[in-house]
Design a protein around this ligand. Sequence first.
Ligand code: AMP
Ligand code: GLY
Length: 468
Amino acid sequence: MKVLVIGKGGREHALVWKLGQSPRVKAVFCAPGNAGTGQDGVNVPIEPNDFPALIRFAKKEQIGLTVVGPEDPLAAGIVDAFQREGLKVFGPTKDAAQLEGSKVFAKQLMRHADVPTAEFRIFDHPDPARQYIQSREYVVTPDGRTLHGPFTKDQIVVENGVKQFVINPTRRVPVNLSERLVVKADGLAAGKGVVVCSTVEQALQAVERIMVQEEFGRSAGRQIVIERRLEGQELSILALVAGRTIVPLQPTQDHKAVFDGDQGPNTGGMGAYCPAPLGTPELLAKIDETILVSTVHALKRRRKPFRGVLYAGVMVTNQGPRVLEYNCRFGDPESQPLLMRLRTDLVDLLLATAEDRLDEFADKLVWDPRPAVCVVLCSGGYPGSYPKGKVISGLEEAAKLPDVKVFHAGTKLEKNVITTDGGRVLGVTALGDTLSQAKRRAYEAVEKISFPGMHYRKDIADKALGLV
Ligand code: AMP
Ligand code: GLY
């Protein structure tokens, strides 16, 4: 059989690599792919949003299964377009992909289905959103009364960075915040439409950027979700879903912030490991019952049945697991360590999902017992702007190390030289007998690789190793 993977990141390289290991597979194509998918498969220069060209290619090559990597073509209906042509495709339909494509849809579904998530409000105008944010401020006056915001400019002074409420010319009391907030653009924003805020000013600025300046486009910012900021550790729960069958994959943990110790702005993901011991059997059972089953059934009730990978980003709080977001596809970089450990034939598994036969695999997945760690190497400046075209060296030396696989993300082959072509450039992934050995091996491989401006986190998997 011939298979086609759509996309060009690290996740897609991991998919190409794993699908190519199936004895049933004759050829793996990747559209448009990167330098790594070109080594483990065959690149096809078609963009993921060019559905007519992808369909023509799939028909011409008699592709037996197309696997869609990124969210944008899913939200735009690529699965519906392939199915209309009688082509076999792995991923949710446009309707079901709304779970990721619209945060408003996802939060309303969670509310109706009683899926645990952060308390939230939805706004379609900036004024009530600002009013709501400002109403989160309050002061306790010297005579014991509580006054709630919004406060006027005349009522507030800032002294030494501390916001104070003016009682009278000589008396001030501090302004408190009843809860910290997260502001989210409704639509897809390449992972950047979520602003985790510590102050009212940050939240107001997020409303400005999303709704007024329309930084993520008019339609993505037409509505926003404002929700309560949750505290805890994050867990990525991916499950294959077809009809009412749910086959959870092993739990993984991503590292979203750009710097060690979870400092700095959020990125697409700086590294991941699998399995994440935070996902104890008890916690996973609870997530299965309160999150996965409820979500899948709620979608079915709305006549948007899900088929593909359902990915719940979960915050493990003191009160239990809470959904931060849903994705409707494999995670990146979670897929790199996850697929490195999967022993079950991925073509069989994804085909069974696409054909609604997933029940054949319930409780039957086989995993390499060894943990895997993936460290993402990034371009200088990422997640802000970054240069491209830097020559990467050391890839061959890294590849020689045992139980190491260097997955490419933003790379390009030009005149026989591999250069950088994106923010996240490589996902250096290693297996080890223990998590700490997997980590050591991954970083040994990282040491072999370099390109100008390269940066990466040094603490991937430390949370699980009890180091932080
Ligand atoms: P999302 O795209 O909704 O997953 O948000 C991206 C990231 O923002 C998450 O992985 C979290 O790190 C963070 N985040 C989102 N919602 C919240 C929340 N309610 N509380 C704390 N952090 C959040
Ligand atoms: N690693 C986060 C994501 O794939 O969205």
